[in-house]
Design a protein around this ligand. Structure first.
Ligand code: ATP
Ligand code: MG
Length: 557
């Protein structure tokens, strides 16, 4: 058996780290500045974590800095609820932007001035075509586009119209500002892309100051330039936008020339990652909210019991490259399993309780066992676990007629009660319908755990909870949100796993768990890793979420 995996202290290299290293060595940059640029139109998901770990990780490892910049150019979809949650999730993941919190909307006036600059130099024009007409004029991958009849307006006319757009004279969609580049370019992004549109909408930051808003392509690179970003890292879909990114920087009097690099986005099996789809799951109540423990959002993973460390390890492990690939959900699950194996204290909990009565144990008496909280880490201490004549055991740990190879309790057989005694099963009691409702046994006081000679071999060890001391709890077991590895197509919602959550009530916990604070994580022996639900759990009625099982049971199904 190999030792527990070493904690990764060194981030594996990747092509972006090599670029940064080379730029620092050559003196091209003395400090690197990266940014994480979320649109505040949803909650962050595990794909964003990849980008956060990459951007903040580069800044951390090369003594640079990373900005958090909200790409808030679309007031119609934005919400302060999203902004706040994004900040909280970045902090939770373990990263900090310090004083470098920015909003693209901070730059609206500068962006506007630069738009006027393009107009003045003949590189932008106001177009009266409708969105649909613009689409029709754009051409295809094999055919060039056609020029708008408004393309050759004079700079004076364009400037006048653009100022009137700003002052609110025109209705939404009546006009746009377009870059004047090349309608025949093989790159469709260069076929006179739209830079500004009219949108009479109130903005969370700028209120009603603006009724024209810059498009992503016009805001993004220029924001990078204003902030002095050295390495502007985005996902591969933006590769074809890079010529436009560079065209704009080359044609504007920007204070700095950032460079864009692309890497492949994270695709994770058995879930969806587009914010539009996540939003739809929330709105259609397929899940209980953005923080439903089945969601791939950072708030969902947190509520499920994932640690920030496990997500960072996952992001390092999957690496950063330039080819699109799918990562199996089991890799994410293995990261949290490994982390919790080291850090989570152990406890006993019975999920599906069956009464066990020890006939020769004195009624009304009890005793306490001092049990280690972690089998390999003595520093995690011990706790007292009460024991008495009546216990709860797992229903699955008893079989009246054992199948071949069954090593746990059945009439005439012995097992060890974890950290306590060896018991011998005498019989079981059934209700009129024939269901086993109670198991009877005797115990051997000489086999008390820790006593000399108590090591007598038995085939099985089972966990238990003393019935009069037990704490009742609700336990939620989760499975993958989708039944298929790549939920896609128009009927992607039909691929939701109907059994993605199972709620167990009347579970029995050892009493030490009574004081467990929200978000506290445990290994419930033999049952998996669990954490106290941060929303629904109360001391009077505890609720636990299963983060992950002890072993990967999925790949063996
Ligand atoms: P979605 O497509 O889910 O709506 P988005 O790309 O529009 O996501 P943004 O808020 O614009 O979401 O993303 C912020 C940053 O996170 C961007 O730099 C984007 O490239 C990166 N990002 C988004 N999704 C992923 C992913 N799956 N893997 C890696 N990085 C991602
Ligand atoms: Mg985006």
């Amino acid at each position: 058996m190999s030792d527990a995996p070493e904690k990764e202290t060194v981030t594996p290299t990747n092509f972006l780290r090599q670029i940064v290293e080379a730029d620092l060595t050559s003196g091209k940059h003395t400090t690197i500045i990266t940014r994480f640029p979320p649109e505040p139109n949803g909650y962050l998901h595990i794909g964003h974590a990849k980008s956060i770990c990459l951007n903040f990780g580069l800044a951390r490892d090369f003594n640079g800095r990373c900005h958090l910049r909200f790409d808030d150019t679309n007031p119609a979809k934005e919400d302060v609820e999203f902004t706040e949650s994004i900040k909280e999730s970045v902090h939770w993941l373990g990263f900090d932007w310090g004083e470098h919190l920015y909003y693209a909307s901070n730059y609206f006036e500068q962006l506007y001035q630069w738009a006027e600059h393009l107009i003045t130099t003949g590189k932008a024009y106001v177009d009266d075509l409708t969105a649909e007409e613009i689409r029709q004029h754009r051409g295809t991958l094999t055919e060039p586009g056609t020029q708008s009849p408004y393309r050759n307006r004079s700079a004076e006319e364009n400037l006048d119209l653009f100022r009137r757009m700003r002052s609110g004279e025109f209705a939404d969609g009546a006009k746009v500002l377009r870059a004047r580049i090349d309608m025949a370019s093989p790159n469709i992004n260069l076929r006179d892309p739209v830079l500004y549109r009219i949108l009479h909408a109130s903005h969370p930051h700028t209120g009603d100051a603006w009724c024209i808003y810059p498009m992503y392509d016009f805001a993004h690179g220029q924001s990078d330039a204003i902030e002095g970003i050295t390495h502007s890292i985005c996902t591969l879909e933006f590769e074809d936008h890079r010529p436009l990114y560079e065209w704009l920087l080359n044609n504007l009097p920007v204070p700095h020339q950032p460079r864009q690099y692309e890497f492949s986005r994270l695709n994770l099996s058995y879930t969806v990652m587009s914010k539009r789809k996540l939003m739809q799951l929330v709105q259609d109540r397929d899940v209980r909210g953005w923080d439903d423990p089945r969601m791939p959002t950072l708030v969902g993973l947190r509520r499920r019991g994932y640690t920030p460390e496990s997500i960072r390890t996952f992001c390092e492990r999957i690496g950063v490259g330039r080819s699109d690939s799918w990562i199996d959900m089991s890799i994410l699950e293995e990261s949290v399993r490994e982390d919790l194996n080291e850090r989570a204290p152990r406890a006993m909990a019975v999920l599906s309780p069956l009464k066990l009565v020890i006939e020769n144990y004195p009624a009304g008496e009890d005793e306490e066992f001092i049990v280690a909280n972690h089998p390999q880490n003595a520093e995690m201490g011990t706790r007292a676990v009460p024991f008495s004549r009546e216990l709860w055991i797992e229903r699955d740990d008893f079989m009246e007629e054992p199948v071949k190879g069954f090593k746990r309790l059945s009439p005439g057989q012995e097992v060890r009660l974890r950290a306590a005694y060896i018991i011998h099963c005498t019989e079981c009691i059934k209700d009129p319908a024939g269901n086993v409702v109670e198991v009877r046994c005797t115990y051997d006081p000489e086999t008390k755990s820790g006593l000399p000679g108590a090591e007598r071999k038995v085939k099985g060890v089972i966990h238990w909870v003393s019935a009069p001391h037990a704490l009742d709890a609700e336990i939620r077991l989760y499975d993958r949100l989708f039944a298929l590895p790549n939920p896609s197509g128009d009927d992607w919602k039909q691929q939701i796993n109907p059994d993605s959550v199972e709620v167990l009530t009347g579970c029995k916990l050892e009493p030490s768990l009574k004081a467990a604070a929200a978000e506290k994580r445990f290994q419930f022996e033999r049952n998996g890793y669990f954490c106290v639900d941060m929303k629904d759990s109360t001391p009077a009625s505890p609720v636990f979420n299963r983060t992950v099982t002890l072993r990967d049971s999925w790949t063996k199904r």
